[in-house]
Design a protein around this ligand. Structure first.
Ligand code: GDP
Ligand code: MG
Length: 187
């Protein structure tokens, strides 16, 4: 499977010349597009179907602002919202909380993740940055979550906010992941 190959290749090619590393964790309702976003980021391709229960860490050597960084990305699967959160809360250098703009329920689930992460953040001096990400922008005509609702939720939890499409926009997806790395560097 291509996804698996990429993981192995990049792990093998993450040697000493990389000055820094950054751990990103994707959270959100099943079906919001977390795995699709990760595959897009790693391979520039869109793969429409995979096992939603897949939970793994992928690694990629990236250049962010002319600086090399090993970006590790954790793809998560929670059956019922935030459970067993300790597996990613302290590991994360930044969170990307994903919903689908054509699914109101996934937006509600995001809210739960933001509550969980911000409760975790309150215990620390430098909070872990959070990106709120509205995915499936190509489904605009079936939109159930307005852009301003997204912006409002993001500002309530001091998140960055973007809307994006995993199936169309490699540049945009890469920008989101790189911005998460930048924020995490500042922290
Ligand atoms: P996950 O459960 O959050 O990992 O979601 P997946 O990545 O498995 O995606 C769930 C479904 O949404 C799959 O059928 C994907 O093909 C589809 N999907 C993911 N991203 C997009 C997108 O940006 N646009 C559209 N139209 N479909 C998407
Ligand atoms: Mg998935």
């Amino acid at each position: 499977l291509m996804f698996g190959k990429v993981k192995t290749l990049n792990l093998a090619a993450a040697p000493e010349r990389c000055a820094s590393e950054c751990n990103l964790v994707l959270l959100g309702a099943t079906g919001s597009g977390k795995s699709a976003l990760i595959v897009k980021f790693l391979t520039k391709r869109f793969i429409s179907e995979y096992d939603p229960r897949l939970e793994d860490i992928y690694s990629s050597e990236e250049m962010v602002d002319q600086q090399p960084v090993v970006v590790r990305v954790m793809d998560t699967y929670d059956q019922d919202g935030p459970v067993n959160t300790e597996r990613y809360l302290s590991w994360a250098g930044a969170f990307i909380v994903v919903y689908s703009i054509d699914n109101q329920e996934s937006f509600k689930v995001c809210h739960k993740y933001l509550e969980t992460v911000s409760a975790h953040n309150k215990a620390f001096k430098s909070p872990t940055p959070i990106v709120l990400l509205g995915n499936k922008l190509d489904m605009d005509r079936y939109r159930q979550v307005s852009k301003s609702d997204g912006e409002e939720l993001a500002s309530r939890f001091s998140c960055l906010f973007f809307e994006i499409s995993a199936c169309m926009d490699f540049q945009g997806v890469q920008q989101v992941f790189h911005e998460a790395v930048r924020r995490s560097r500042r922290g």
